[in-house]
Design a protein around this ligand. Structure first.
Ligand code: 13P
Length: 251
């Protein structure tokens, strides 16, 4: 049995004060809920404060991106050791908004992924096709190409902690959630590729999250699918009541 993950991705929303106000409401609402892992990915400026605030709770906090080197003349970047020095446990890598607006390639994601693992950060690798890929029948090819580039030369023993988030670009922030069947099919493609790459043990243990317009009213139908091991939630995670409801989804 894979333990499911409910993950809130705040993108460029909530300053430190707003993050703390969120937690004041959210933490009591999910106290004692240990069925699933709960993650929050706040903005870089709030990360340290959020980590301190969730200490001794069942919530963990992660970064939305990072560089692969430990230091250097890279304006605006944050390094793996800077993240671990404040107690960060997870890092999102390859989100489509980073690929679209920050020119991030899967070759960069590959370097970041290896650096994350080397520093005991759990990478949450984001993948997903564009609408045109889906409409022209290229969903599978796109996902396999993204997996191939992101996971190149990763030895099996390093793949144990990997988490993957399938986020079809056409479903992000659009309200067009993938149907549970379409999402499960994409997850099955990803799991099959994990099996070819790392063998059946890693493939069956790896959590694959779905992201893209997850809301309180569709989370249960997605998470009851056999290959969907959690949700990576953007817009709907900004409200503490909505996130608590999604964390406590019923099957
Ligand atoms: P939305 O839930 O707002 O569609 O965002 C999904 C996402 O990008 C999570 O990483």
């Amino acid at each position: 049995m894979r333990k499911k993950i409910s993950a809130a991705h705040w993108k460029m929303f909530k300053n430190t004060k707003e993050s703390l106000a969120f937690l004041d409401e959210f933490l009591p609402a999910i106290a004692g809920h240990d069925r699933d892992d709960i993650l929050i990915f706040p903005t870089a400026t709030s990360l340290s404060t959020v980590i301190d605030r969730v200490q001794d709770t069942n919530v963990r906090a992660g970064a939305q991106t990072m560089h692969w080197l430990n230091e250097g003349p890279f304006t605006g970047q944050t390094s793996p050791t800077m993240l671990t020095s404040i107690g960060t446990t997870h890092v999102l890598l390859g989100h489509s908004e980073r690929r679209l607006y920050a020119n991030e390639s899967y070759e960069h994601v590959n370097l970041k992924l290896k650096a994350a693992i080397a520093h005991d950060l759990i990478p949450v690798l984001c993948l997903g096709e564009m609408l045109a890929d889906r409409q022209t029948g290229y969903t599978k090819d796109t996902l396999l190409a993204q997996m191939g580039a992101a996971l190149a030369n990763l030895p099996t023993e390093k793949a144990q902690t990997l988490v993957i988030a399938y986020e079809p670009v056409w479903a992000i922030g659009t309200g067009s959630t993938a149907t549970p069947e379409a999402a499960d099919q994409a997850h099955a493609i990803i799991r099959d590729d994990l099996k070819n790459r790392f063998g059946p043990v890693v493939a069956s243990a790896t959590r694959i999250l779905y992201g893209g317009s997850v809301k309180p009213d569709n989370v249960s139908s997605l998470l009851c699918m056999p290959n969907i091991d959690g949700a990576l939630i953007g817009g709907a995670s900004l409200d503490p009541g909505a996130l608590a409801a999604m964390v406590k989804y019923k099957i």
